[in-house]
Design a protein around this ligand. Sequence first.
Ligand code: SF4
Length: 354
Amino acid sequence: MTAPMLELRDVARAFPVRDALGRSKGAVRAVDGVSLSVPRGSVLAIVGESGCGKSTLGRLALRLIEPDSGAILFEGEDLRSLSPAALRARRRDMQLIFQDPFASLDPRMTVEQAVAEPLRLHGIVPRSGERDRVAELLSRVGLRPELARRWPHEFSGGQRQRIAIARALASGPKLIVGDEPVSALDVSVQAQVINLLQDLIRELGLTFVLISHDLGVVRHIADRVAVMYLGRIVEEGPAAEVFGNPKHPYTRALLAAVPGQGHTRGAAALLEGDVPSPINPPSGCRFRTRCPHAEAICAAEIPPLADHGPKGDHIAACHLQDRLPPAAARHERDAGGERLKRLQAFFSDQRTGE
Ligand code: SF4
């Protein structure tokens, strides 16, 4: 059987926290025992509120930061076992697209220099072929090649993100992690960039990990969705299943909070309170302080991720999974489906040039 493009096994990473005087205040367990598998050519979205650990998870997946424990396998090969030289060689297969297109490009480099840098770093084309390859890459992301001599400040946010995507594609990666790649852009531009990413994923056979808090974007592009809360996965499954039949109360609350639809105020209101401190998370189920269904067992025991889908590929971590009120689930499901249909229609309407 072919190994997944990316596999995380029980990965954990904590960051020490200090006060203003440098004294230890404990540690934030940003990622706490996460296991995920991303098949080749698929799109996995990791969703959750700010601070849930999803960006840390993306960087761990690319080994841009080191895990405290657990294994990270790329095409079946444990990245932690690679020598620095072997890891450097592997880097061309894995790229990251950042959130902020204004910060991700070096203002001292022209577009051509920025896009050519990975070509040179990995020895992908001879110097004499760089200009043509850069022109190809710019065309591929919908930019005119004659813009290559310009500077990043001469471009809009959407154009800069296209340049960043061209740069990410330059090394011929197999896996791209996009960390909120469109959240800094205007909504109409977001749709164009997401459509571009979707086309690239399909045409180049890329494996893509999309980190996003925006469920409208995720629904449009993802094959599978993993929902994170305070460093842990609380639900994971096929996108249609997670969106159409969310199992975990937190996923339901996230879906209810998709803006502009307003059908499920009760569930959405759960997300108005602060997320508990990740330094001292609640015992048992970490969502229990915001969950309307919490019972004594929720404080006492960590709920395991267990199968709930018809095919056994939709997992959620909730003690009361089989007892959650069906009426609420149906209400939220129907509202979520309507919302997402409208969001998809919006994205389809935006398949025009910027
Ligand atoms: Fe809510 Fe308990 Fe389920 Fe956690 S385990 S989501 S607190 S019902």
